[in-house]
Every structure is written in C-alpha cells, then in structure tokens.
Design a protein around this ligand. Structure first.
Ligand code: APR
Length: 259
C-alpha cells in the first residue's frame, strides 16, 4: 500500500494537470452518510421520492421531499472537513491541483479551503435554496427556520414560485456550464484521481472515462470496488482520509526534496 501511495504522490508531482473527482465517500468521515453503502441515504429513503418530476407533481410530494431533505441536511449543517478534504485543499495551495469535480452537495471543499473557481459542483449544493421560477437564492438555514416554524413546502417571497434546495435531483437537467467545464477539463488533464465514489451515476461517472481516453492516468481511491477498477492505473481500496493524508505527506516530501 505504502509504495502505491508513494507512486500516486510521484504522479502528482510530475503531472501538469491534476483533477480530483469526489463523491459522497469523501464526506462519510465528516459524519455525512453516503448514498449506496449499507445504512446510506438510499437504504433509508426511496430514491423515487426525490425525482424532480415528483417534486413538481403535487404539494404532498413537495412536503414529503422537504421533510426528507430537512433530515438529510442535519449532518451537512454541522459537518467539518476531514483529512481528505484538507489534503485536496493543500494540493491547491501547493499549485498541484487543476480543479475538483465534485458530486457532493455539502460545500466541504470550500470549508476546507479550496477556492470557488477550483471546484466544479456537478450536482449543485444543499447550502442554498433557489426558486424554480425566478431563481432567487436563499440561505438554507433561513429556509429551514421557516420549516421549523411550520411551513411544509416553502414558496418564493418575490414570485410565489416553488423553493427547492439548489441540488440537482434525478430527472432534473444537469447544470450546463459546470458539466461542459468538467468534460473539458477531464479531456485535458494528465492525472485523474477519483476519491469516494461508486461511479454508477451518469453523466458524472463518465468523466474518468473521458480523462482515460485522452491519455490521463486514472487513480481510484474508494473503500469498495467500482465498475472502473479494471481500467484504472492504480486502485486503492482504503479510507479516503488516511489515504489522501498519506499521499499529501509524500507529495510534500517530494517537493521538499526538490521535485
Ligand atoms: N473512504 C473511501 N471510500 C468510501 C468511504 C471512505 N471513508 N466511505 C464510503 N466510501 C465509498 C463507498 O464504498 C461507495 O462506493 O464511497 C462510495 C460512495 O458511493 P455512493 O454512495 O454511490 O456516492 P456517489 O458515488 O457520490 O453517488 C453519486 O448519486 O445518489 C446520487 O446525487 C447523488 O451525487 C450522488 C450520486
């Protein structure tokens, strides 16, 4: 394992464009459950209840959506970055990060210190709420206060439109600018590191393929096997926090040794 982490660090040191692609497995050590592990979100909720079409369909399904979204927001609200988030932020400070492409909605990359222009949020964010009609943005905590006071499916103050956490639900269109940017950068990078994703949700899961097809090295760091393990140059089935922490140490030593 040690040699593999040293090798990944060496690849980071010699790479020109490094992308980190993160999924929910990056944040489980921050107390936020992932989706497909035992005890994960889809163990507790039926994914169909989160479909965008359902949200639009009726007041009852919006109330159910907000009830579930409120429960899911609790661990996100109090979560702090873990060593994996901090390692990725430090790679940016060391000038060794082209960007982070994330499926995560928890905002922890920013809390860890990554800058706005270095993080592409493919599935939106749970930190804000937006009106589906006029796109007015609200702070999430402010809307959660309204729900605590009894509102079941809040509406926009300006236009009366439906308010929804600014996440991308199943069946909702992907954010165009972010998706295009992610594809573009994936096609240009020379090292693509997946951290904590099952790589089963499209179109996000096609980014590692785009990188690989354009000649990049592919590294997968995930506790469980993924459908892309066979095509990766290196796979580490380990915990994100300790693995990324060790890799960062080797990178720093490498830089210290004049690499
Ligand atoms: N360290 C490393 N890997 C971990 C850890 C950890 N501490 N904890 C969990 N994992 C791994 C699990 O083994 C699992 O394979 O992270 C992976 C998380 O996979 P998913 O739960 O499927 O999450 P993700 O890949 O981000 O899901 C993609 O699906 O439900 C939608 O919109 C949602 O963005 C999400 C998308």
């Amino acid at each position: 394992m040690k040699d593999e982490l040293k090798e990944i660090a060496q690849w980071i040191l010699s790479a020109k464009r490094v992308i980190v692609f993160s999924g929910a497995g990056l944040s489980t050590e921050s107390g936020i459950p992932d989706f497909r592990s035992p005890g994960g979100v889809w163990d507790r909720y039926n994914p169909e209840d989160f479909y965008f079409q359902n949200f639009l369909a009726s007041e009852a399904s919006r109330e159910k959506y907000w009830q579930m979204a409120t429960e899911m927001y609790e661990p996100i609200k109090i979560a702090q970055p873990n060593p994996a988030h901090l390692a990725i932020a430090e790679l940016e400070k060391l000038g060794k990060l082209d960007c982070v492409i994330t499926q995560n909605i928890d905002g922890l990359h920013f809390k860890a210190g990554n800058s706005e222009d270095k993080v592409i949020q493919l599935h939106g964010t749970a930190i804000f709420v937006s009106c589906l009609s006029c796109q007015k943005r609200y702070d999430r905590n402010e809307i959660q206060e309204r729900i605590k006071k009894g509102q079941k499916a809040p509406r926009c103050d300006d236009c009366g439109g439906l308010l929804k956490p600014a996440t991308i639900s199943f069946g909702q269109s992907m954010p165009e600018k972010e998706t295009e940017e992610a594809y573009h950068r994936s096609s240009l990078c020379d090292l693509f590191i997946v951290v904590g994703s099952s790589l089963v949700v499209q179109p996000a899961a096609s980014m590692p393929l785009v990188a690989k097809r354009n000649g990049a090295k592919l590294v997968i760091i995930n506790r469980d096997p993924t459908p892309y393990d066979d095509m990766a140059d290196l796979v580490v089935h380990g915990q994100a926090g300790s693995t990324m922490g060790s890799i960062l140490d080797y990178v720093k030593r490498g830089i210290g040794a004049g690499n």
